[in-house]
Write a new protein. Structure first.
Length: 68
């Protein structure tokens, strides 16, 4: 798995990434993407956050005999 990188280096083209947002009610990683004018939003688009770090999403799992 990739190392955490500063959020300033995250892609701003809508690519989904694993982000580490700091929120007032919890701290957890989430799949997010950058959306103007909001900034980083969760992949379903239901909340915005202020992540501090990011990393590329890992490859999805495969089952025996399937290709990703």
């Amino acid at each position: 798995m990739a190392e955490w990188q500063p959020i300033e280096s995250a892609p701003r083209d809508g690519t989904r990434v694993l982000a580490f947002p700091i929120r007032w009610d919890r701290t957890s990683a989430a799949v997010m993407y950058f959306k103007k004018p909001f900034g980083f939003v969760s992949a379903p688009g239901d909340w915005a956050a202020h992540p501090t770090h990011w990393q590329p999403l890992p490859e999805p799992p495969t089952t025996k005999g399937e290709k990703a």
